[in-house]
Design a protein around this ligand. Structure first.
Ligand code: DGL
Length: 269
């Protein structure tokens, strides 16, 4: 859907699926006078199991598509794409690009934890983007990372509070808990959807940190001049593969229906 003539440029956001909606929710809450266009690259989900070069190609195509929608800035609400493709997306885009890794690292450092766990997709963990950024900002921390490949399908299925997710989480997080982890950064935007199960498994002594509100704060702090103040929190959702399921999950996360939802072709090469 093209914005009406004279409408303020929206903030563009993309993820492979529903996960980035957790970031969108934080943005809508923090910036109620902006409009948003969210691209879910559902035809290519998951990104987390793909190679770096494939993720870069998908991410650049998604970003170019959103740039064509005349956005004011772009939020890469996908850790896998932020880990592998942020530079490539920046090179391909004439607008500022905000990733999720740096804000996530800032948020976990703010907890003061000395033993930090990083969980994410296979791609994000293999890229070592979090481990490098944590080391760069505070070389004295203990850092351990764990890939949790079954978490994305569980989140897409809506099993955030489910005994199966508890079992899978106990398997993935057990080694971090035995090590004495104090805070775990949720290095995948799908994982906040699993927090009820994850909290049960880690217990009250371990902080679970997600980057959504830190991303919203980074947009306000670093790109305040691009905010229009003329929007009304309108959310347009575009998907590369359609499903009623996405609409239901979006409604549950945002607490309302998006104003508009449509299928698009982002012309992947
Ligand atoms: N939500 C995406 C992330 O933050 C990944 C999901 C996927 O594997 O596509 O990494």
């Amino acid at each position: 859907m093209r914005p009406a003539a004279g409408a303020p440029p929206p903030i563009g956001i993309f993820d492979s699926g529903v996960g980035g909606l957790t970031v969108l929710r934080a943005l809508v809450e923090a910036l109620p006078a902006e409009d948003f266009v969210y691209l879910g690259d559902t035809a290519r989900l998951p990104y987390g199991t793909k190679s770096a070069s494939t993720v870069r190609r998908y991410a650049v195509n998604a970003a170019r598509h959103l740039v064509g929608r005349e956005i004011s800035l772009l939020v890469v609400a996908c850790n896998t794409a932020s880990s592998y493709a942020l530079e490539a997306v920046r090179e391909a885009c004439p607008v500022p690009v905000v990733g999720v890794v740096e804000p996530g690292v800032r948020a976990v450092l703010a907890t003061g934890a000395r033993r930090v766990g990083v969980i994410g997709t296979e791609g994000t963990i293999r890229s070592e983007a979090y481990q490098r950024e944590l080391e760069r900002r505070n070389g004295g921390l203990g850092v351990r990372a764990a890939a949790c490949p079954l978490f994305v399908p569980l989140a897409e299925e809506g099993w955030g509070d489910h005994p199966v997710t508890d079992t899978v989480a106990a398997h993935y997080l057990g080694p971090l808990l035995e090590w004495g982890v104090e805070a775990i950064v949720l290095g995948c935007t799908h994982y906040p959807l699993l927090v009820p199960s994850l909290e049960r498994v880690v217990g009250p002594g371990v902080r679970l940190v997600d980057s959504a509100s830190a991303v919203a704060a980074a947009v306000q702090a670093d790109h305040g001049a691009l905010l229009t103040g003329r929007g009304c929190g309108q959310v347009v959702v575009e998907l590369t593969d359609g499903s009623e399921h996405f609409r239901n999950v979006a409604r549950a996360i945002l607490g309302r229906d998006p104003e508009h939802l449509e299928l698009v072709d982002v012309n992947h090469g």
